[in-house]
Design a protein around this ligand. Structure first.
Ligand code: NAD
Ligand code: GLY
Length: 354
């Protein structure tokens, strides 16, 4: 078993082991008392069909009372409507502050269930059991929780750290290839912002052969960043490399372009802008595109630049007329650059780098 301990405002372990899903109940009993707490499991219908029985069985065997809420899979469910249904479910099942929520699924389940945990009864504890590669290496760690509203992604949210993360990489075997690729985009993001050695590994290795190590390595990068800046006021912003443009593409396409695919295109576009501004060189872009293609990810945006600009200007990272852009000048070397939205608009439209 690989363990990464995150020392944020809450100290918690991320436990990573192939095949551990059937033991998640006993692993949880190390930190929550089965005699005093109910596990309120929240998941989506796809994950429920695959893994809910195993998880319920494991929690019950460990002595927990369990209740379950299942919602339709997909980004559209990360909404206020489904959130209100989650609150109703928690109330109907008499879930109190001594109980805890279990987010079983991908980033949509984790963000929604985490936000419910952050806000229900002014906050109850929760744990994450990520079942997508993206959730395992990124969204289940660090405490960002949110729902979407029509004006944009993640506009309503809270920082709320989990008490435990249990990751069984065997669950990735049932992912659609494109959903696994979504996680690969975040993995490549970590390499670009943090480590030449890691990027070199990704350029050559078969990640399936060392998936536990890869998950632990990515989580450990996130740990180092979150421990320095839990609330996203400084260095944590580098985790948003490619995200402003990526979120914009997700929104324009009504999420038919998924998060990881949007981030992949976003990293390419921001790197093109960086070249135009003299902040990095063409070989870095070539390398980024090659590694994205290796993991079956897109490298081009085929929509309208005007839509991209409109959508970016609604990004929550915007502060007044300033938008914060994350540039990578060399692998592992990042700059957080505040830019006036007028200049950003001009740069995107004049140079149409798509
Ligand atoms: P997702 O949760 O929608 O999962 C993708 C699809 O895979 C869904 O249909 C789901 O039902 C299915 N699925 C999940 N696990 C499965 C499995 N093991 N086998 C088969 N199918 C499975 O998407 P995602 O890519 O995991 O997460 C994307 C979301 O995460 C976005 O909303 C994004 O904004 C958010 N996110 C949050 C953070 C954060 O720090 N909180 C970071 C990155 C992304
Ligand atoms: N995924 C971005 C963050 O956690 O800050």
């Amino acid at each position: 078993m690989k363990t990464v301990t995150v020392n944020a405002s809450v100290r918690y372990d991320v436990l990573i082991e192939k095949g551990c899903l059937s033991r998640c109940g006993e692993m949880t009993a190390e930190i929550f008392d089965p005699k005093k707490s109910t596990a309120a499991i929240i998941t989506d219908d796809t994950v429920a069909g695959l893994y809910l029985d195993t998880v319920v069985d494991s929690f019950q065997k460990a002595g927990f009372s369990v209740c379950c809420f299942v919602f339709p899979n997909g980004e559209d469910s990360k909404s206020h409507d489904v959130l209100l249904q989650v609150y109703d479910f928690l109330i109907e099942n008499h879930v109190t502050r001594t109980d805890f929520i279990v987010a079983l699924g991908g980033g949509v389940v984790g963000d929604l269930a985490g936000f419910a945990a952050a806000t229900y009864l002014r906050g109850i504890r929760f744990m994450q059991i990520p079942t997508t590669f993206l959730a395992a290496i990124d969204s289940s760690v660090g405490g960002k929780t949110a729902v979407n509203i029509p004006a944009g992604k993640n506009l309503i949210g809270a920082f709320h750290q989990p008490s435990l993360v249990v990751c069984d990489p065997c669950t990735f075997s049932t992912l659609k290839p494109e959903t696994f690729a979504d996680g690969c985009a975040e993995m490549i993001k970590y390499a670009m912002i943090w480590s030449e050695d890691f990027l070199r590994l990704l350029e050559t290795c078969d990640i399936n052969e060392q998936i536990e190590e890869i998950v632990a390595y990515c989580v450990d990068i996130k740990r180092q960043i979150v421990e320095q800046d839990e609330r996203d006021c400084g260095i944590r912003m580098i985790l948003n490399y490619g995200h402003t443009l990526g979120h914009a593409i997700e929104k324009i396409t009504n999420h038919t372009v998924t998060h990881g695919h949007g981030v992949a295109i976003g990293m390419v576009l921001i790197t093109k802008l960086a070249i135009l501004m003299g902040r990095c060189e063409q070989p870095l872009l070539n390398r980024l595109c090659a590694v994205l293609k290796r993991y079956h990810l897109p490298t081009a945006y085929d929509g309208k630049v005007s839509d991209l600009i409109d959508s970016c200007l609604h990004d929550k990272k915007r502060a007044g007329s300033i938008i914060r852009l994350i540039f990578v000048s060399n692998v592992g070397k990042t700059d957080i650059v505040p830019m006036d939205t007028d200049d950003f608009t001009k740069l995107l439209s004049e140079d149409t780098p798509c």
